[in-house]
Design a binder for this molecule. Structure first.
Ligand code: ADP
Length: 726
């Protein structure tokens, strides 16, 4: 820097020396503060990076570091490194959102810092190819700004405008006023580039209004500077100065050196055109110093050339040469052809004015050369632009295809997922069914076991009852047998002394009959009668007992014979009561002849005895059934009340007194016993006052064939009629 002092004139030296030292001091403080601020953020982020436990956190820190370096404006390499680290991690983890964010940073750094538009466009397309489902609207909004800037740099103002408008729409939907202000600023720049300064003014003013609204100092600084610059281009240098001075104040407050330098150049420009060379030089010097501080060769080149121009106009060729040389050096270093072109032009003019033709020609030649180069460059740029446009369109097609395929894949995945869910639900249902089935089976088994136990218990109880019943039956049978035996023995043993009593009573009667007291004779008569009754009772009991005691002897019994014998025994009774007995032809059955005689005799006897008709009628008949004969003995006697239908067959059961009808109450009981013993059944049917019919059955098969020669039906017509002898 010391070389600058030597070449500057004495007055200016003092002036410039003072202002230089002042500037150096001010800038030193500013840069320390700015450096400090930026570095504090970077230091904080690096500390966080060291402490970060997860790669997700690391990715976010890399992205923030890339942002800080992009904002710094002169750390393109670091910004690229950090964005690349984030990109690699995101791709490793298949984290599509962070991959998109890293690609956006790479786009931005190439669009704004390295000016490698081809690379910027490649990253932009890669970012745009990532499906929108992975990113938020806020993530994506920035990419439109980057796109706008790339197209602006490629002079494709139409596409740039479209991109910015897209971004503006999203910000408006999000009600993001800061975003809206930023896009208005970018649109202002776009129209400025197109030299449509009126439109540029409108957008810059909108941006300024919005920044004023939420008091964004940085935004206001940019908008004011841009407005000043635009007014300058419109020839309104007062407003140029006014706005840029305001911006300068803000830049100083914000310690934004880059903007400070830009603003200095713009203020210098205003003063220059307001013909205030001193102020113009002062501000250009400021810009130059800041440029040197920042090592920003573009600023140095611009400021130095402007200073050279002023000195040239002041006819101070030496200073002019000095600054042109500085500008030339910086422009050559930065490799900016447009800057070089301006400087060559200035140098040519200077030499031309001084009449140094050889030198003038030298710079003119250079000027023409560089203009050609610029023209070529413009053409190349156009070519690149076309290539990019072609690639972009191709890429857009690919993206469309990729999207369609991705959509298809998503549908397939969704379907598969649905199928999986359905399968899982099905399996769960089956499992639930199996569990329910097992439970039901278990319950059923338990229930069955319980039931089985209950059945076993009941069976055991039943068996016990049966055994008890069998035992008591046996006991009963035993006691019955004993009783019957006792009855038999008793009656048998009583029979003989009773006969003696009757004989002696007869003897006594005969001896005392002639001169006996009639009352004594009456007593004797009663005694004899009672003894006879007793004798009859004993005979009946004996008969009854005998049926059970005796072994059953079965023969072929012709019942017609049994009937004839019975009637013979009943001859006296029949004649006493004028009874008539009618019978159809009876079959021969396998039975016991004595029993059959007793059976007929008892039933016919009762039919006559319990009969008050003038001519008692007893009818005997038979019907043949499949396996037995059913006999009947019907009378026209007094009948039996139906309530005694069963009980008349009980032993000693009588429905009348002995005074009414003689009897012992054993006859029907004996009949029942005989029929049962032969395997048949006995019952009665009666209508009191009109007569009684006794029915009894005898099985055809009674331990062997007992069929008579002729079937009973054929014998029905042959009636046997018996009448008592009158
Ligand atoms: P009994 O020696 O008294 O005749 P039975 O056993 O032969 O004894 O008859 C029992 C009772 O049944 C009789 O006392 C009588 O009252 C009634 N009985 C029996 N047969 C007849 C009949 N054919 N008609 C009306 N009553 C009868």
């Amino acid at each position: 820097m010391s070389t600058h002092y030597v070449k500057i004139g004495p007055i200016t030296i003092v002036q410039n020396n003072c202002s230089r030292w002042l500037w150096v001091l001010v800038l030193g403080v500013y840069s320390c503060m700015a450096w400090g601020q930026s570095n504090t953020r970077i230091f904080d982020l690096l500390t966080k990076l060291k402490l970060a436990q997860h790669d997700t956190a690391r990715m976010d820190i890399y992205l923030q570091l890339a942002d800080v370096h992009i904002e710094e404006g002169n750390s393109a390499e670091k910004a690229i490194n950090n964005a690349n680290l984030a990109l690699i991690l995101a791709q490793n983890y298949k984290d599509k959102r962070r991959e998109f964010l890293a690609l956006e940073r790479l786009t931005r750094v190439h669009a704004l810092l390295t000016y490698d538009l081809k690379a910027a466009m490649t990253f932009l397309n890669q970012a745009k190819a990532i499906d929108t489902i992975y990113t938020t609207v806020i993530d994506r909004v920035r990419i439109y700004g980057d796109e706008g800037k790339i197209f602006m740099a490629l002079n494709d103002y139409e596409k740039a405008q479209r991109a910015f408008f897209q971004q503006l729409t999203i910000y408006e939907q999000l009600h993001d006023h800061k975003g809206i202000a930023a896009v208005n600023y970018e649109l202002g720049q776009l129209f400025f580039e197109q030299k449509d300064y009126r439109q540029a003014l409108a957008y810059f003013n909108k941006a300024l209004d919005l920044y004023n609204e939420f008091n964004d100092m940085r935004g206001r600084m940019y908008a004011l500077n841009a407005l000043g610059q635009t007014y300058g281009q419109l020839g309104d240098y007062t407003r140029n100065l006014q706005h840029c001075t305001e911006a300068l104040y803000l830049a100083q407050t914000l310690n934004d050196h880059l903007q400070l330098a830009e603003i200095h150049v713009n203020i210098g420009y205003a003063y220059d055109h307001l013909n205030n060379a001193t102020e113009a030089l002062r501000y250009y010097t400021g810009a130059l110093l800041i440029g040197e501080e920042l090592d920003n060769l573009r600023i140095i080149a611009r400021a130095a050339r402007e200073m050279g121009n002023i000195y040239r106009q002041l006819c101070r060729e030496e200073e002019a040469f000095h600054y042109y040389a500085e500008a030339l050096q910086a422009a050559q270093q930065v490799g900016s052809k447009s800057l070089l072109k301006d400087i060559y032009e200035s140098l040519f003019t200077l030499y031309d004015e001084n009449g140094q033709e050889a030198q003038a020609y030298h710079w003119l030649k250079k000027l023409v050369q560089i203009k050609d180069q610029l023209y070529d460059e413009e053409r190349t740029r156009q070519l690149i632009h076309n290539q990019i446009r072609y690639e972009t369109e191709k890429r857009e097609e690919e993206v469309k295809l990729l999207r369609a395929r991705e959509l298809q894949n998503q549908i397939i995945i969704q379907n598969q997922r649905l199928q999986n869910y359905a399968l899982i639900i099905f399996v769960l249902l089956v499992l639930a069914g199996v569990v329910i089935l097992i439970n039901a089976l278990k319950r059923r088994k338990a229930y069955n076991e319980l039931l089985e136990k209950e059945v076993q218990k009941r069976t055991a109880e039943l068996q016990r009852y049966n055994e008890e019943l069998a035992a008591s039956n046996q006991q009963l049978e035993q006691s019955n047998a004993e009783l019957e035996r006792f009855a038999y023995i008793a009656s048998h043993d009583l029979k003989s002394p009773l006969r003696n009593i009757i004989s002696f009573l007869n003897l006594i009667e005969r001896k005392v009959r002639q001169n006996a007291d009639p009352q004594l004779l009456e007593y004797l008569k009663f005694a004899t009668e009672s003894a006879r009754q007793m004798h009859q009772l004993i005979l009946d009991v004996l008969e009854f007992s005998r049926v059970n005691q005796a072994e059953l002897q079965l023969d072929e019994v012709d019942l017609n014979e049994s009937l004839v014998l019975a009637l013979r025994n009943l001859k006296e009774e029949m004649s006493q009561k004028n009874a008539v007995v009618e019978s159809m032809q009876l079959p021969t059955v396998r039975a016991n002849s004595a029993y059959m005689l007793q059976l007929f005799q008892n039933l016919i006897s009762n039919g006559i005895k319990y009969n008050e008709r003038r001519i008692p009628l007893v009818q005997i008949g038979v019907t043949e059934q499949a396996d037995h004969y059913e006999f009947y003995v019907r009378d026209n006697g007094i009948g039996i009340d139906p309530q005694y239908k069963e009980r008349v067959f009980e032993m000693f059961k009588r429905l009348h007194t002995r005074e009414e009808y003689q009897g012992t109450g054993i006859g029907l009981a004996l009949c029942k016993k005989i029929v049962f013993k032969l395997g048949g059944n006995i019952w009665l049917d009666s209508e009191p006052g009109r007569g009684t019919t006794f029915f009894f059955t005898i099985p055809k098969q009674n331990d062997g064939p007992s069929q008579s020669d002729a079937p009973p039906s054929e014998k029905v017509s042959e009636h046997v009629s018996m009448h008592s002898p009158t």
